[in-house]
Ligand binder design. Structure first.
Ligand SMILES: [Zn+2]
Ligand SMILES: [Zn+2]
Length: 458
């Protein structure tokens, strides 16, 4: 069941690029020679509350002097054979075709009259060949503009380019205006700036799992000023949950966890918009709600939740943070190495399969109907320990990461995962591993395919 309190205004066309692809493009375009360079991006497409989103899947670099040559009317142009090959791939793979070049300047980007004239000469025919969206992108180091030609004959400007890495980069054609933050958020805005505070207000974040970690994350996100939360959990509250759920009362036993989360989010911010899904994350309603988000917090510790959130991260280029706590206690009551894990799931970097964080056996069990699953689990019934103070470490670390990423305050690339060991005080940073041609996180698989995955699924 999905409730939508308000229909959000439709946002304009945007392009989202996986951080590895974008880094390669920037390196190609912005060199010490201060010259113009070219490339083509092939992109998937997704429709949703964030407006129509192009999802950069493949980058074809045009080599100077061979693929990117002196133009007959403009300064330089992509060689016709290069365009033809790229266009045929776009047609075969059902991807949008975007020609990219750079201009000089910093905080604003505009096509020149010569650029526009070449689009008008070339794109109607190219659109007929590819039967897909075609267009162009012009970049400066801090700005992006796009001219999009749709198969239905309409033409649109690109509103924004997003690169969802450890720093959430957003490029627009020109600097955007910023409203002064409300008094309530004054102390935060002194850290994030009005621009940062406004960015939270315009974001839609999902919390998957509203138990010990998710309950605290919801409270933090709502108080931080995130404008829209998507709350996903199918469970009801039992008596053993009461010590760990924010503001839970004895009367809440038997109520849905989403109900308590809604109450807390509204108390923290009466203006917040909420989408509530009382289903497990693999339910189609939950998946549909997830793909409309700017960020996902994974606070449910099943293999099914990991798998479906991980897929969404790579297929739709939506960043996610997994937050969890492990408290190992053996059958003699001996307490092992307690650890708090906060992992960054960065689109196009190694996925949870690449990092061996999903067990195929456990995933298969999670996907069975409830009753069958209980029978299939041979050893069952001993609940894992769970404590609010440990959960708060995980939730706090996850939301802090998000807040620094959105406001560009990480001092490194922000893509590290972090393991904390409260018993010894140690902590470890981990880099994500990636296997070649992974079916989840690379262009050999579902990366950036959006609404129309054409490649074999895992
Ligand atoms: Zn140009
Ligand atoms: Zn992978």
């Amino acid at each position: 069941m999905v409730h939508r309190s308000v229909n959000p205004p439709q946002r304009g066309w945007s392009l989202t690029a996986p951080p590895p692809l974008w880094a390669e493009l920037e390196q190609h375009l912005f060199r010490d020679d201060d010259d113009e360079h070219g490339a083509v991006i092939l992109a998937g497409l997704a429709y949703g509350p964030r407006g129509p989103r192009l999802l950069a899947r493949e980058l074809l670099l045009a080599e100077d002097g061979i693929d990117y040559v002196a133009g007959t009317t403009g300064y330089r142009a992509l060689r016709p054979e290069f365009v033809r090959d790229a266009a045929l791939r776009a047609r075969t793979e059902k991807l949008a075709y975007l020609a990219v070049h750079n201009h000089f300047g910093t905080t604003s980007a505009n096509f020149s009259p010569v650029d526009f004239a070449s689009h008008e000469r070339g794109y109607p025919a190219l659109r007929k060949i590819t039967k897909q969206l075609v267009g162009a992108l012009v970049l400066t180091p801090q700005a992006a503009a796009g001219d999009l030609w749709l198969p239905d004959g309409t033409r649109h400007l690109l509103a924004e380019v997003t690169v969802p890495g450890g720093s959430l980069v957003r490029l627009t054609p020109a600097p955007t205006t910023v409203e002064t933050s409300d008094t309530r958020h004054d102390r935060q805005a002194r850290l994030f700036g009005d621009r940062g505070q406004q960015a939270f207000g315009r974001m839609r974040a999902a919390v998957v799992g509203l138990g010990g970690v998710g309950s605290i994350a919801t409270e933090l996100l709502a108080r931080l000023g995130v404008g829209h939360l998507v709350l996903i959990d199918a469970d009801t509250i039992d008596e053993t949950n009461l010590p760990r759920l924010v503001a839970a009362e004895p009367d809440d036993v038997g109520r849905l966890k989403t109900e308590l989360a809604v109450r807390n989010a509204r108390r923290a911010n009466p203006d917040i918009e909420l989408t509530v899904v009382t289903e497990n994350v693999q339910h189609p309603d939950a998946l549909r709600a997830l793909v409309g988000c700017d960020w996902i917090f994974l606070a449910a510790d099943t293999n099914a939740a990991r798998h479906w959130v991980d897929r969404t991260v790579h297929q739709y280029l939506i960043p996610a943070t997994q937050a969890g706590v492990k408290v190992p206690v053996d059958e003699h009551g001996t307490v092992g190495r307690i650890h708090v894990a906060v992992r960054q799931l960065v689109p196009g970097r190694g996925c949870m399969w690449c990092n061996k964080l999903i067990s195929p056996t456990e995933l298969a069990l999670d996907m069975l109907p409830d009753r069958v699953r209980e029978q299939a689990r041979y050893v069952d019934g001993v609940p894992a320990p769970s404590v609010i103070a440990l959960n708060s470490l995980a939730a706090g670390e996850a939301v802090n990461h998000f807040m620094l990423a959105v406001t560009g305050l990480h001092t490194d690339n922000g893509e590290h995962s972090r393991l904390l060991f409260p018993r010894s005080g140690e902590h470890v940073l981990q880099r994500s591993r990636q296997t070649a041609n992974c079916l989840t996180c690379s262009p050999a698989g579902i990366l950036a395919q959006g609404d129309a995955p054409a490649v074999a699924e895992r």
